[in-house]
Design a protein around this ligand. Structure first.
Ligand SMILES: NC(=O)c1ccc[n+]([C@@H]2O[C@H](COP(=O)([O-])OP(=O)(O)OC[C@H]3O[C@@H](n4cnc5c(N)ncnc54)[C@H](OP(=O)(O)O)[C@@H]3O)[C@@H](O)[C@H]2O)c1
Length: 354
């Protein structure tokens, strides 16, 4: 029996996005679970996370998920001060007017409650906007201060509406530094899907970053190792894996080359991404892609304990959360598979696989 990786429960964070986005888990007969219900869906998930020893909950203004978390804590009789709550700002749900368009793929919009229909993702990087956003998060969560506030998806803002560092990033950072000095916000972070943005941020805002949250999967391990090195060189910051499967990409159980459309970094996979995932799939053989992703995450936490402080994972099914935590601690990838993945350039040669 292989020895489980020693990963304390405080290295896991629960991602709340589906408390708002939905959908609820499918019914046993395969039908849609419909809209998320706090008592039926959120309370059991929060209870499962707490039973696993998870104390950190991750949300975002955009997710419209924080009120549900706060209500679930109330129902469970858990004082909010007993958990650590981190959120993300800048990106919010606004009016779909003036040329604003929805950027989330259709697959992510299933199950969004009717009250949010007709609205879309927009940006407000102004200090006054951020103040309103994070105060609302605090009220909905129900606690005192915020364990962390991350700038959410600035690279997406750049792609969609343009980004001027002097007006769209720097004032937000200065404002958050003020909230940190006052004790309202404990840590300043990033929540992004583009690794290069983290290097740009630490060059532009030296010493401001407490944690870099990166949407993760093994296909960007090389980039991630570069970020870990930057964190070790200093000024020191922590790294948070926002997911380990790139949405669904590393949960596929059929060859991604021919599988039905799937998400890759929360957008529909294109031909090149399908081909890349197919390479992983074929080399992994009987080892599920999901196990590869979990093993990589677990090894990162074990080998870089000073930097890799959080793995954010999420589900709406309590048994799935138990399974993911267990896999991160226990999933095994046979040595010949690691070797072949390295030879194919799919896993960096220097990555420690034991
Ligand atoms: N647009 C965005 O930028 C965006 C969107 C979403 C999330 N995020 C960030 O990423 C964080 C983590 O997200 P995440 O947990 O979705 O990422 P993830 O860890 O990459 O993937 C979780 C997904 O894997 C699925 N999964 C896990 N075990 C499985 C199994 N055995 N079989 C089939 N499917 C399995 C889950 O399905 P089930 O849910 O069915 O259990 C869930 O859809 C979020 O909290 C958020 O901060 C960003």
């Amino acid at each position: 029996m292989p020895v489980p990786r020693e990963i304390p429960a405080d290295r896991f964070a629960f991602g709340c996005h589906r408390f708002g986005f939905g959908p609820a888990p499918k019914l046993p007969n395969g039908e849609s679970g419909g809209e998320v219900d706090i008592e039926r869906h959120v309370v059991p998930m929060v209870r499962a996370a707490l039973d696993l020893g998870i104390r950190t909950f991750d949300s975002a203004v955009l997710y419209r998920a924080t009120l549900q978390l706060g209500r679930a804590l109330e129902i469970l009789g858990v004082p909010p001060g007993e958990i650590r709550f981190q959120t993300k700002c800048l990106r919010y749900l606004g009016l779909a007017t003036g040329g604003a368009v929805e950027h989330q793929p259709e697959a992510l919009l299933q199950g969004i409650p009717a009250r949010y229909h007709g609205l879309t993702d927009r940006w407000d990087p102004s200090p006054a906007g951020i103040e309103q956003q994070i105060c609302r998060e605090r009220i909905e969560f129900g606690g005192g201060n915020l364990y962390g506030v991350a700038l959410h998806d600035s690279p997406d803002m750049e792609k969609q509406v343009g980004l001027n560092w002097e007006t769209d990033v720097r004032p937000a950072v200065r404002f958050l530094e003020g909230t940190k000095a006052s004790g309202f916000v404990e840590r300043i972070g990033l929540g992004v899907k583009v690794p290069a943005f983290i290097h740009r941020f630490i060059a532009e805002e030296p010493g401001s970053l407490d944690y870099a949250g990166l949407t993760f999967c093994p296909a960007i391990l090389g980039d991630l190792l570069g970020i870990i090195q930057a964190a070790q060189r200093g000024p020191k910051f922590e790294v948070t894996l926002m997911g380990i499967n790139y949405g669904q990409a590393f949960t596929l159980t059929e060859d991604p080359a021919t599988a039905p459309p799937f998400l890759y970094n929360y957008e529909m996979a294109n031909d090149a991404e399908r081909a890349l995932m197919s390479q992983y799939f074929r080399i992994c053989g009987s080892t599920p892609l999901l196990h590869l992703a979990a093993a990589v995450a677990g090894l990162l936490v074990v080998h870089f304990p000073d930097v890799m402080t959080q793995v954010v994972t999420s589900s709406m099914t309590p048994a799935r959360l138990y399974e993911t935590v267990k896999l991160i601690r226990e999933a095994e990838v046979p040595a010949p598979v690691w070797r072949e993945l390295k030879e194919a350039g799919l896993i960096p040669r220097e990555f420690p696989t034991t």
